[in-house]
Design a protein. Structure first.
Length: 478
């Protein structure tokens, strides 16, 4: 037994969730990259702007006191920091002076999460660094700085330093990403629940189809699937029901064939076996037994051939319709039936139209009716046949002068192995001739009819729907 695979419901849910996870991951990464890039750009632009402003201020050296300029570095830093600067959150501006003895003096503006003035090595490193931009680690995270050095004033070294605590600036972006992740996880879980329910509802009709298929056996093909709506699932259910109809028809045909064959072949087999077992050594007796057995075997062969023909009548390719001239077809049938037996054959009528039908099967049906008439008439009796078009139908009929058919037998006379109470049956066959006629008529979507009065003969007719030559014929098994 093959191992069960992953259920379709789980596969649908898995693919949907995998796609959603991919989309959410792309969104989160894209937003994180955008926010991070925005922080970096804002910090870099802020550092560049502050250094440019100090350079411009230093060039002018304008003292707040009227009519004076600033030439002292310490005074320049103090004037710029306390008169022109308004730091952003997590931004600091520093005026740093490193004396000859290595001590550091600072003038600071802006709130700082750590005491930068107490970290003299850090400030000396920034002032002495050859670069104008850089970053250093602090207890509050990365400190990104930019500086403008002042002209040397003796042994002192001075610089304007502006800096951002980058990690603090990123905090807002990080909070946004965490919120986005939380919302994504909640949405993912909700999507998992919804996809599970929706996949179940979508697959419910398919489960019904599977359960119906599992419940079907060769002994019970009657179960059908209820069809609701007009979507793809409904179309699947309709096709499945149609398949069950075909299977049911095929199984019924098979059972009918087996039942009929076992029923009708049992008697000739018994006769043949009994005579062979009792056959003596007398040559004449042996010849008689061989003749009798051969006759029974021939009858068995005819029964099997008729049963096979009835079984084929259920198949779509039983008929091969084609344009047919009714005068030629009727004339051909008349010529063929005249060779059946010495009767007084009369061609009553001949239709003149050209129609679409299976000429071979129609000929087979009418000849069978003529054979049936022969078996119930004597030499020299009259048998009439003909064809005609009435409205939307074309009819073929055979009328004999035999004993007729009792009214009680007319309903069942076209059944397989029927035996009428009046003795009107296939005396030499197995009672399948009229059943074959009925099968051919129904394959054309037509009917067979019988008109008779006991003692006054009978008229058997095949009535088929009229299909013009320029029309379309799509007959199959009935």
């Amino acid at each position: 037994m093959a191992r069960p695979g992953v259920p379709a419901r789980v596969q649908i849910m898995g693919w949907l969730l995998a796609f959603m996870a991919l989309v959410l991951a792309v969104v989160v990464v894209a937003v994180w990259r955008l926010l991070t890039s925005d922080v970096e750009n804002r910090v870099n632009r802020g550092l560049e702007q502050e250094t440019k402003e100090f350079v411009e201020f230093a060039k002018l050296g304008r003292d707040p006191r009227p009519g004076r300029t600033i030439t002292d570095g310490d005074r320049l830093l103090e004037a710029h920091l306390y008169n022109n600067q308004y730091p952003e959150p997590n931004e600091v501006h520093l005026g740093v002076v490193v004396k000859a003895d290595g001590s550091v003096l600072t003038t600071r503006q802006g709130e700082s999460p750590v005491n930068l003035a107490a970290d003299e090595p850090l400030l000396r490193g920034i002032v002495d660094a050859p670069e104008s931009f850089g970053s250093v680690p602090t207890a509050a995270g990365e400190l990104r700085w930019a500086k403008v050095k002042l002209a040397a004033a003796g042994p002192h070294r001075a610089a304007f330093v502006t800096a951002f605590f980058v990690d603090r600036v990123r905090a807002g972006a990080d909070q946004t990403i965490r919120l986005l992740l939380l919302v994504s996880v909640i949405g993912f879980l909700l999507a998992a629940g919804v996809s599970w329910v929706v996949a179940g509802r979508i697959l419910a009709p398919i489960r019904t189809v599977r359960q119906a298929a599992a419940a079907i056996t060769e002994h019970d093909l009657t179960r059908r699937i209820p069809v609701h709506g007009k979507d793809d699932i409904a179309a699947l259910a309709e096709q499945f029901n149609a398949m069950l109809d075909r299977l049911d028809q095929a199984f019924r045909t098979q059972r009918q064939f087996l039942d009929d064959a076992s029923h009708e072949l049992r008697t000739p087999i018994t006769i043949v076996s009994g005579h062979l077992e009792l056959m003596g050594d007398d040559p004449r007796e042996r010849a008689e037994v061989v003749r009798l057995c051969t006759d029974e075997l021939d009858r068995m062969n005819r029964i099997v051939q008729d049963l096979l023909l009835l079984a084929k009548a259920e198949r779509p390719d039983f008929l091969r319709p084609a344009p047919v001239s009714l005068p030629e077809l009727t004339s051909d049938i008349d010529a063929k039936v005249r060779a059946l037996a010495p009767r007084r054959w009369v061609l009553e009528s001949m239709a003149e139209e050209e129609v679409v039908l299976d000429a071979h099967r129609v000929t087979q049906a009418v000849v069978q009716l003529a054979q049936n008439a022969v078996q119930h008439t004597a030499e020299g009796d009259e048998i009439r046949l003909g064809s005609a078009v009435h409205g939307e139908n074309v009819s073929f009929w055979v009328t004999d002068s035999g004993p007729g058919i009792a009214e009680a037998d007319r309903a069942a006379i076209f059944d397989r192995f029927a035996r009428g109470g009046s003795g009107r049956s296939d005396r030499s066959g197995a009672g399948l001739g009229l059943a074959i006629v009925k099968a051919i008529a129904e394959a054309h979507h037509g009917v067979v009819r019988v008109l008779s009065e006991p003692g006054s003969g009978a008229t058997f007719g095949v009535e088929l729907p009229l299909v013009a030559v320029d029309g379309e014929a799509s007959w199959g098994g009935s």
